[in-house]
Design a protein around this ligand. Sequence first.
Ligand code: MLT
Length: 304
Amino acid sequence: MGNRGDDWKIRVNGASFRFAVAFPQRVAPAPSAPTGPRQPEERLAEARDRIREARSATGAPPLVLIHGFPLNHLVWTRVSRLTAEHVLTIRPNLRGFGELSSLEPFTIASLADDLHALLSQIGALPCVLAGLSMGGYVGLALAAAFPADVAGLALVDSRAAADSPEQREKRDPMIRQVRRSGVAPVVDGMLPGLLSPSTHRGNPSVVEELQRIMLDTAAPTIEHACIAMRDRPDLTDTATRIDVPAAIIVGAEDQLTTPQEATALAEAMKQCELSVLSGAGHISPLEQPERVAEALVRLVKRAS
Ligand code: MLT
């Protein structure tokens, strides 16, 4: 492993967004920071310079890892340590997630728009996007709106279809629950179904890590995300038209986005490699980080 990471904050579309960048070893370390406080513009210029340098040292587009719901960029930490041995890896927090950036409502399309603005400002476009579940909805929406900026796309435990009527019906009770009782009961209700039985049995540190990340989500963000996911459009047509290297990665025991659904989508897409990961449920970046990282590095190489 041994890559070096940095965290930055950037203001776009009226909110402040945190993003973590892991640089491959062969990219020179940052020059020692000048003493004294630095202005946000100086920090941003530093991020831009280092990203430009890393792009030219690796000859590959950056890999952008988009978290799911109700998570933040930390869900990708294990994968990012591995992918950054090979490629520049960027993990943003979406609006309202992680360190609180905004309590404004959002849609999946507006999350994609925020993300595009952030990546554009730091000089990270075109890039390869990899979205976990809700992050995949955002990745697809970004690909639909800005196709020229997407060099490759991975959907990880995710789907292109809109919510089915049954899925839509489950959103409103969650909204009522979070309004009434806060985040903890929502997390307790979701946690058992997110991970595979083998992770629950044999990997308590992953269960705890996931629970910690989920509990860090603000109640209004859970509400806004449920509405955004409930009302998102079907992007299956967009997915089947995408003509850049693509990957679908799914846990063999994913109960929310099943391997059957993922396989059907992979077959309908043009340049898609399918990976079905044993020992993983819906959060394969935490459950099988090595296998996920391998698939993503292969995707970036195909997209380079
Ligand atoms: C996620 O993991 O991001 C969510 O479960 C996605 C969803 O609820 O549709």
